[in-house]
Ligand binder design. Structure first.
Ligand code: SF4
Length: 365
């Protein structure tokens, strides 16, 4: 081991011990971890991230799945997304689905021991009206089935009453990614702003709904952007933090973005665990295609949750294979507290600066 490596290992150990003792990592310290290059250093970082995961999460792994309740033709121009009407992709298009396919997804999730099924829609967001009534009905139907927890990821919310209606319908957790750092955000979306997303999260938290919010890595952002995303997620009090890895889709502006190396992805997960020690860190879209044979190392890197089943527009490996992977690693996917235990002290709404929305009109597509 050379002198530089000895320094790196000592730094990682010092911060790792502090996080294990309930302390925090500073942005400057985290940036140093994101900049680690050698495989030996990254494996050392992962070993500490694994200890932090075990300390705060035990051997429990929380599973989630999603069902696309309205596909394609989205008014927004997110450069990574196959469902934007701005891009020519082979992604399917259909309107808001009826109750049976949603209950089928809940049933399948229940059979596989999945904690929650998230209804996801390709549109700008939700406002009061008949679509909101339909959404509330689907939430109640899933809850009534008793198979799994109904979650939702239905875009931007500008009216606090909408968040209140979702809460009253029984929604416990809403998925709304920040996607990237505030600085990088305009590089992948210009039809809505980072602030629109933060404001949505504020309305949901005020209504007492838990937040699943993360982002996508591998879009061309810097390591500093990834670090800032993690700190923003801490600031907004995300309960579950999904990390997606870009799977470039033909026909999108990001179709030719080069893939991140698996060790870079694993290092990013480990850095997120140092910054967000108590949160559920969930590995979601792009896992199989980007990590290939290193997939099972996500848990050693600090991941405590897994998106299983197919993604919105791409395929995942079969759920049985994921369940076998967890069994082989001695990890337990059976949750009885919905995965939120032990987070209360970190999830109080934090003070966030909100600016007035720039675009006054808000059309539901
Ligand atoms: S808002 Fe959602 S569905 Fe619409 S383009 Fe962006 S990521 Fe895709």
């Amino acid at each position: 081991m050379n002198g530089q490596q000895v320094d790196a290992h000592a730094n990682i150990a010092e911060v790792g011990r502090r996080v294990l003792d309930g302390g925090q990592i500073s942005r400057h310290e985290a940036l140093r971890l994101f900049e680690l290059e050698s495989t030996a250093d990254i494996l050392d970082l992962m070993a500490w991230a694994n200890r932090i995961r075990e300390h705060y999460k035990g051997n429990k792994i929380h599973l989630c799945s999603i069902v696309n309740v309205k596909a394609g033709g989205c008014s927004e121009n997110c450069s990574f997304c196959a469902q934007s009407a701005s891009h020519q992709t082979a992604s399917p298009r259909y309107g808001f689905v009826d109750v049976p396919p949603v209950l089928e997804a809940a049933d399948e999730a229940g059979r596989n021991g999945v904690t929650a099924v998230g209804m996801v829609a390709a549109w700008k967001g939700l406002q009061e009206g008949p679509i909101l009534d339909e959404v509330c009905n689907r939430i109640q139907e899933i809850a009534k089935s008793g198979k799994t927890r109904p979650d939702a990821s239905l875009g931007i919310i500008k009216n606090p009453k909408v968040a209140q209606r979702l809460k009253e319908a029984g929604l416990e957790c809403y998925g709304h990614n920040l996607e990237s750092s505030k600085r990088f955000f305009p590089n992948h979306c210009t039809t809505h702003s980072y602030e629109d997303r933060v404001e949505t999260i504020r309305h949901l938290k005020n209504a007492g709904i838990k937040i699943c919010s993360g982002g996508i890595i591998g879009m061309g952002e810097t390591r500093e952007d990834r670090c800032d995303l993690a700190f923003s997620l801490k600031e907004i009090g995300a309960n579950v933090v999904p990390i997606n890895i870009l799977n470039p889709i033909q026909g999108t502006p990001f179709e030719s973005v080069p893939s991140l190396a698996p060790m870079e992805i694993l290092k990013t997960i480990a850095c997120f665990r140092f910054i967000l020690p108590r949160q559920e860190i969930m590995i979601a879209g792009g896992r199989t295609v980007n990590l290939r044979d290193t997939q099972s190392m996500i848990f050693m890197a600090g991941a405590s949750a897994l998106m299983v089943g197919n993604y919105l527009t791409t395929l995942n490996q079969p759920v049985e294979k994921d369940l076998q992977m967890l069994k082989d690693l001695g990890l337990d996917p059976n949750w009885d507290d919905h995965g939120f235990a032990g987070q209360e002290e970190t999830n109080q709404p934090q003070p966030i600066e909100f600016r007035k929305p720039v675009a006054p009109e808000f059309a539901q597509s």
